[in-house]
Design a protein around this ligand. Structure first.
Ligand SMILES: CCC[C@H]1O[C@@H](n2cnc3c(N)ncnc32)[C@H](O)[C@@H]1O
Length: 474
């Protein structure tokens, strides 16, 4: 039975040898040599230091293409033209599914035909050497962004390759991303990733870990997202991670988004050990975007405005081509500049909005209800408490493709456009909080002259891509 306990050194070594045999590039990994490589990197490439010393939100896009020279060109462009403060390397879907053979075929096809069939950078196939060429070429810190339930080999290779930031976690890269990996399996496998990051940390190379806050990206109630961030942060801290960036995906109501970001930082500082430096990242709207690029820029601008008020440590930007999928480098850079323009115009203003404190108190109360049910189980072991909470539905994620979550919770926007819970399933929540949600949803029902129903939820899912926030009946 796995528990929230640090992986012993002999077990770390055994797993490391086992996973490095999964692809030939695993042989390039040598921990001591990798420590020396990281020590050779200049301060401006040390991800945690750059992030944690910033005095205003840093901007970071998503970006990944198959070939190394193209990835270098892309990141140079986003750094130069997009003025990104932090850069990504988004990993392709085959690698995320540990399909390294197919990723290899895709990489070779791209090299032969100039045609990119992979939707990201196959870092395992590029190996430690390829990753280092990328790190050497780019004059800014770079994070590995992906969606990998079993990220052990990806971590071993990219950490050795000079990357100092790694996104994801055992819940946030399970629930939204996979059906076939059980939660206990992904928790155990991510304990290795975090222990490896902790091993680098103990040698002075502080690997930053960023649990994936947006989850399914569709109307996720803030307290559910924050509870999962706190759980993944605690699991990472146990393994020795000391730089943790907790994530949150914009829902689009400015009061609720600012309140959620404030709650995320406050609860992160409270629930994670004092030796951890806790930062926050705000993901611009992760749901459906308008196809019209001018409207898409409006969505991006609202994200910038929200970030200027809440001032998270980092913002993950979107592009006006979001509706179409992976953006061109020009569109990706434009999304960075749109966000920067709004932040820089708004951040020096004294903008006081009513209701933020009240909403933050509600979000904090909800999150504590969820955390209590996880931590009260048995002897407070976070792993066992988390497994039990998802198994009973006491913790749940709406629209979760994974069998690890019941998906019995249904969100809907209230008359103000804030995300409330319409169907609670077995979610652990105080009755008076449920009454608050019910009252706010019934106010919308009155406004719209209809009963609270699943219809509201369905209307809300497409509202923003249709140009609105709330899915009002036509
Ligand atoms: C959480 C992931 C969804 C977001 O991740 C973006 N995304 C995925 N793959 C790439 C890539 N290779 N380059 C730039 N953006 C990418 C999508 O557009 C979407 O916004």
């Amino acid at each position: 039975m796995i528990r929230d306990e640090r992986i012993p050194a002999d077990q770390l070594r055994r797993i490391d040898e086992e996973i490095r045999s999964e692809w030939p590039t695993g042989d390039e990994v040598d921990f001591e040599e990798a420590i020396a490589y990281h020590e050779s990197l200049p301060d401006r490439k040390r991800f945690a230091d750059v992030l944690e010393s910033a005095d205003k939100p840093l901007l970071q896009p998503r970006a990944g293409v198959p070939r190394l020279e193209d990835q270098i060109d892309l990141l140079e462009y986003l750094h130069g033209e997009g003025k990104a403060d932090l850069l990504p390397t988004t990993i392709d879907s085959y690698t995320r599914d540990n399909e390294y053979e197919k990723a290899q075929e895709g990489l070779e096809k791209a090299r032969e035909t100039d045609e990119d069939t992979l939707n990201g950078f196959p870092a395992v196939n590029h190996g430690v050497e390829g990753c280092r060429e990328l790190i050497e070429a780019i004059d800014a810190p770079i994070e590995v962004r992906h969606g990998t339930p079993d990220a052990r080999l990806l971590a071993a290779i990219t950490f050795a390759g000079g990357f100092q930031s790694f996104e994801g976690g055992p819940i946030s890269y399970n629930i939204p991303y996979t059906k076939r990996h059980g939660l206990e399996e992904t928790i155990e496998r991510w304990q290795f990733v975090d222990r490896l990051a902790g091993a680098y940390t103990e040698r002075g190379v502080r690997i930053n870990r960023e649990p994936f806050g947006p989850l399914t990206g569709t109307l996720v109630p803030p307290s559910i997202a924050i509870a999962i961030m706190l759980i993944e942060g605690k699991l990472a801290a146990t393994q020795g991670v000391r730089s943790i960036t907790l994530g949150y995906g914009q829902v689009g109501n400015v009061v609720q988004d600012v309140a959620a970001l404030n709650a995320l930082q406050k609860l992160g500082d409270e629930f994670l050990p004092d030796e951890v430096v806790v930062t926050t990242v705000f993901h611009e709207w992760m749901g459906g975007f308008p196809p019209d690029e001018a409207r898409a820029n409006g969505v991006i601008g609202l994200g910038g405005m929200t970030a200027a008020i809440a001032q998270p440590d980092k913002v993950i930007t979107k592009s006006p081509q979001e509706f179409q999928g992976v953006p061109t480098k020009e569109a990706n850079a434009a999304g960075l500049r749109t966000t920067r323009q709004v932040i820089d115009m708004a951040i020096e203003q004294d903008i006081d909005i009513d209701g933020i404190e009240e909403e933050q108190e509600l979000i904090e109360r909800e999150t504590r209800c969820l955390m209590d049910t996880v931590l009260e189980h048995d002897d407070g072991d976070v792993v066992q408490g988390t497994l039990k909470a998802f198994d009973t539905g006491a913790l749940d994620v709406p629209f979760a493709p994974s069998d690890s979550a019941k998906g019995a919770v249904l969100p809907a926007r209230d008359d103000d456009g804030r995300v409330r819970i319409f169907e609670w399933g077995d979610l652990a929540m105080d009755d008076d909080i449920k009454e608050i949600h019910k009252a706010r949803l019934s106010r919308r029902a009155d406004t719209e002259g209809r009963d609270q129903s699943f219809r509201m939820v369905a209307d809300d899912v497409d509202a923003i891509s249709d140009g609105k926030l709330i899915g009002r009946p036509q």
